[in-house]
Write a protein of this length. Sequence first.
Length: 227
Amino acid sequence: MTTTQSENAQYALSISSARKSFGTVQVLKGVDLGIEPGERIALMGPSGSGKSTLLNCISGIEKLDSGTITLHGQVISDLDGGGLEKLRRESIGYVFQSFHLLPTLTAFENIELPAQLINMPKDERREKVYHMLKSVGLSHRSDHKPDALSGGERQRVAIGRALIHSPGLVLADEPTGSLDTQSGEDVLALLEKLSVDQGVALLMVTHDRSSARICNRVISIQDGLLI
Ligand SMILES: Nc1ncnc2c1ncn2[C@@H]1O[C@H](COP(=O)(O)OP(=O)(O)OP(=O)(O)O)[C@@H](O)[C@H]1O
Ligand SMILES: [Mg+2]
């Protein structure tokens, strides 16, 4: 499937014929996907099938071998350097499976960082962080560093950080993978609420079909293709 730029403009994210190999291992073999603004999609598939690779290609951690990735009508797979960095910083939030919080920063400062990176004015930024800490239920943990937080609390900081700059798209790689049942439920409810309230599109990797209930659609990756 090839789509034109104007057809892509309706999507928060559009992927066309995406291919990615590591050495001789073909991981993505022509992936096509369109996510509408505010749409929540669960991405399932066996271990090693390429789910994290797909998220990493969207976020720019990895580069596609061929194919296009379009964010809000703008092709990002061809961009390089500063322009790309800026667009991604503004438009994408990433919740990593293993939190990836900065250990020397407090909960407040971890959430504040993406807003700082896009030069949001300090007063506006701080007010947003206070509000976000409240939304993720961590106002009382504002000054704690990650090693003084529980797994569920860290994941909520990671979600706050992914959403603080109001990106149009949030990528979440097994956001409940390392949490107990109750913390997992809390994190899912939070992701759903923030997505609904802010109209954020969500692409969430999960191994757990019940987590997919907060999503509008479930897709699977198998043998390098989405089905
Ligand atoms: N940087 C890399 N170099 C070489 N091979 C890689 C690299 N990253 C991923 N792969 C390979 O690509 C394939 C897909 O990996 P990926 O991490 O995307 O799988 P996944 O679907 O996220 O699996 P899991 O459910 O276990 O997290 C695997 O075979 C993996 O070994
Ligand atoms: Mg993975």
